[in-house]
Design a binder for this molecule. Structure first.
Ligand SMILES: [Zn+2]
Length: 290
């Protein structure tokens, strides 16, 4: 009886212990679950916080990139400004060093100062001259254009020779007197008045041919004149006083160097130097020897 009662008693104890164990287990599980959700919640808010930080960092990054781009653009702008200014300075420098008289229109009321002399003159090789033993000079920077013109004409089978080139004021005056003696007062309109300034510049030349010689009036009919009309512009030369012009008498032999840019335009538009406004002509000064 006692053994059965003991067994029963032990059984009751076991039940109680089991219940206690189950209760503790439930407690632990409950606590664990609670902690789990707590941690989960904290992690969630942490992740949210990190996402927000990341988003704001991204935003900052974009802003920095934009600032950088803006700075770069500003930099480029200033660089362009500086380049622009330095090229303007170079242009102005070049322009200030170029003799403005070289592209000046002359007339009976506006002519070159008697004291004017070109910066540099070069002696023309006698192979290009009509009279071999004469000393002919031309503006030094015009010389290569002139010899190229004459060499090209020669290759084309056209003989062109120089009969007059640079003339100082003094030489011009004596020439004028010579003409006056030969032709009387008509000399004023004959040769010396207007073309005179251009010869004093050292950029104007009077051409002839071995056959025509000093009979200028015949030059109009020569192949040399036709060749010059079609080709002289390629070497920067233009006919100063064409047929029918209102500025001066027709001088088919008298050609003036104005630079290839301007001479090409004149040729293309079938115009002559004295047809253009001085302001328009002046814009070609910077490129006269290009
Ligand atoms: Zn002349």
């Amino acid at each position: 009886m006692i053994k059965i009662a003991e067994w029963l008693h032990k059984g009751k104890n076991r039940q109680t212990i089991s219940i206690i164990i189950i209760f503790i287990a439930v407690l632990i599980l409950g606590y664990g679950t609670l902690e789990y959700y707590k941690i989960q919640k904290e992690l969630g808010s942490h992740i949210d916080g990190l996402s927000m930080s990341l988003a704001s960092l991204d935003q900052k990054n974009i802003e920095l990139k934009n600032t950088l781009t803006a700075e770069r653009l500003k930099n480029d702008f200033f660089e362009n400004q500086i380049n622009g200014i330095s090229s303007t300075v170079n242009r102005l420098q070049k322009l200030s060093e170029t003799d403005k008289e070289l592209l000046q229109k002359y007339s009976k009321v506006y002519f070159l100062n008697e004291n004017y002399t070109p910066d540099n003159l070069s002696v023309i090789n006698e192979q290009y001259l009509y009279e071999k033993n004469r000393n002919h000079q031309v503006h030094s920077q015009v010389l290569p254009y002139l010899t190229e013109l004459l060499d090209t004409a020669k290759i084309d089978g056209i003989a062109i020779q120089i009969i007059s080139s640079f003339r100082s004021f003094g030489e011009q005056s004596s020439l004028k007197n010579e003409y006056a003696v030969q032709y009387g007062s008509g000399a004023n309109t004959f040769s010396a008045d207007q073309g005179y300034s251009e010869h004093q510049l050292g950029t104007a030349l009077d051409f002839t041919t071995p056959k025509t010689g000093t009979t200028f009036s015949k030059f109009k009919e020569t192949d040399a004149y036709k060749w010059l009309l079609n080709n002289a512009y390629k070497f920067g030369f233009t006919l100063s006083y064409p047929e029918g012009n209102t500025f001066y008498q027709f001088e088919p032999w008298h050609w003036r160097f104005v630079g290839t840019t301007l001479s090409a335009r004149l040729h293309e538009e079938n115009k002559f130097f004295y047809d253009l406004e001085q302001r328009d002509i002046d814009s070609y000064l910077i490129s006269i020897f290009n």
